[in-house]
Design a binder for this molecule. Structure first.
Ligand code: ZN
Length: 210
């Protein structure tokens, strides 16, 4: 089962990907993680990617495509995968189609003001990377894993969130149109469990048919 997960950062798509991975036994391929792994691997490509990221330059379509092609050829992807954070643009979707066809596209939908509300409340541990949210009843201001005081990342400030959402908005419609009837839309306005339920049914039905 080859899946693409579409959704803005903060829409809850990462949590959804983890549930699908657990139930359907296919790996979650996050472009952010793949780039970080390669950057720290010491290879030629890794050094190049590391340099670009340190300068805050966006990694090109050619590079992300090479990274992806290599990753999906690995053994753990033989029964499929969930792509998270790729493709982000129509151009990337067309590149992807050159190496593989996907079976379904899950689009996680949440109103932008709700995404902003969730993300501005997000706090990160500077030591271990754990994420918490000021809206949670059990929030203390310290990391629940290592007790370090939490902080608000620059890209969780309202202005950068809104700038990212604008870019997302420009790219999402062409992607949805490109994938046509492969797209399954789900709202993440409620709990992660409520979001996952229709997705699980959809994927179970898809499995039964193929
Ligand atoms: Zn911590």
């Amino acid at each position: 089962m080859k899946l693409i997960l579409l959704g803005a950062a903060g829409s809850g798509k990462g949590t959804l990907a983890k549930k699908i991975t657990k139930d359907f036994g296919i790996p979650q391929l996050s472009m952010g993680d793949m780039l970080r792994d390669i950057a720290s691997s010491g290879s030629e490509l890794g050094k190049k990617i590391g340099d670009l990221q340190r300068q805050g330059i966006l990694v090109s379509n050619e590079i992300t495509f090479e990274v992806l092609k290599e990753r999906i050829s690995k053994n753990d992807c033989k029964n499929g995968f969930i792509l998270d954070g790729y493709p982000r643009t129509l151009e990337q979707a067309k590149l992807l189609k050159k190496v593989t066809d996907v079976d379904a596209v899950i689009s996680v939908e949440l109103a932008f003001d709700e995404i902003v509300r969730r993300l501005v409340a997000r706090r990160t541990c500077p030591k271990c990377g754990e994420i918490d949210n000021t809206a949670y009843a059990e929030y203390t201001g310290n990391c629940r894993k290592c007790q370090t005081p939490l902080f608000q990342r620059n890209d969780d400030q309202p202005e950068s969130i809104k700038a990212r959402l604008e870019v997302y908005k420009q790219n999402i419609t062409p992607l949805i149109n490109f994938y046509g009837d492969k797209v399954f839309k789900v709202s993440s306005a409620n709990s992660p469990e409520e979001t996952y339920k229709p997705v699980k049914n959809f994927l179970k039905n898809w499995e039964a048919k193929s």
